[in-house]
Design a protein around this ligand. Structure first.
Ligand SMILES: C[S@@+](CC[C@H](N)C(=O)[O-])C[C@H]1O[C@@H](n2cnc3c(N)ncnc32)[C@H](O)[C@@H]1O
Length: 298
């Protein structure tokens, strides 16, 4: 993966406003990625504070540790799925954190690295694993699942209305030859759709790629597990911010927070999800679909 620090953290001033990090605090960045949010948090929690940065992608953690070198001694990096949040804190001897941030999905660093197979634009192997020690890849799903299973995944995780056509075409194509690259998959999807490419607002393969990526990485299951651990992992008055990029993620956050509020565990700080301002969207297109929700432990 290329060395790159170009990733601009999404909704960063809003995240800082909600988390309100202060010297001496312990803050968890559950999705450290390029460490953009972490760098800003560290500037506010030193001296005496500790940032715990989690990422299931080992290569990403190497880049994060380089970026955070000036803060050596004030952060710990953990290569695990954030669904193990409770265990991670316990292993570090941390009782509870003062703040937790989740910035979901994949980073631009991962997206731009063709070898990782997330990108429709840069051809690469059909991989899509955030954690490369995992055995299951996108290629396995695309070439092995039954047509109905593929169709359901593309419908449920991609909210793609042409899920049946796409699944049918994938199964027809793979009878002749295994589908092994992102360009091959994108091409099969394009040929399965009823309209020509330029009729669509987004690339016509976007939803299917999203669906397969979510399934490969069990993204929704991990989010639910991590959020379920919030009551036991946040100090009283501690805050959690979650930035999501599609409705499936946002729905999990919204419903979980609603339930926490009903049980008297959390206050909701964002009645409606906070979106990026126009100037941010212009300078960082990835922020266009971002939605931030924040809660406070009671
Ligand atoms: C959008 S990026 C975060 C960018 C980061 N906030 C920054 O400022 O650079 C999301 C990161 O979270 C990681 N990630 C996604 N799901 C994860 C999970 N379940 N457990 C641990 N890390 C995860 C990805 O590997 C990726 O590096």
């Amino acid at each position: 993966m290329e060395k790159s620090y170009s990733h601009n953290p999404v909704l960063s001033s809003e995240v800082i406003d909600f988390l309100n990090p202060a010297p001496g605090q312990t803050i968890v960045d559950a999705t450290i990625g390029g460490a953009g949010h972490s760098e800003q948090i560290l500037q506010r929690i030193i001296p005496g504070g500790m940032l715990i940065g989690i990422d299931r992608d080992e290569e990403t953690l190497r880049l994060a540790s380089e970026r955070l070198r000036p803060f050596e001694g004030s952060f710990k990096l953990i290569n695990k799925n954030f669904k193990y949040l409770k265990e991670i804190l316990k292993d570090l001897g941390v009782n509870k954190a003062n703040g937790i941030i989740f910035d979901l999905g994949i980073s631009s660093i991962q997206m731009e690295a063709w070898q990782r197979g997330f990108s429709i634009k840069n051809d690469g192997p059909l991989d899509m694993r955030m954690d490369r020690s995992q055995t299951l890849t996108a290629k396995d799903l695309i070439n092995r699942l039954r047509e109905t299973e593929l169709s359901d995944i593309i419908r449920d995780f991609g909210e793609e209305r042409f899920h049946r056509r796409i699944a049918k075409r994938i199964v027809e194509e793979r009878r002749h030859k295994e589908i092994s690259t992102t360009a091959e998959l994108s091409d099969v999807i394009l040929r399965s759709l009823p309209y020509s490419h330029n009729k669509y607002k987004i690339h016509p393969a976007t939803r299917t790629f999203q669906a397969i990526r979510i399934k490969v990485n069990d993204e929704l299951g991990s989010i639910q597990e991590a959020l379920n651990a919030l009551p036991e992992t946040l100090e009283k008055g501690g805050r959690c911010c979650i930035i999501s990029f599609h409705s499936l993620e946002d729905r999990i956050a919204k419903n979980t927070f609603k339930e926490f509020k009903a049980r008297g565990l959390f206050n909701i700080l964002t009645k409606k999800p906070v979106a990026a301002k126009e100037v941010e969207v212009i300078s960082n297109p990835r922020s266009r679909s971002a939605k931030l929700r924040a809660v406070e432990r009671m």
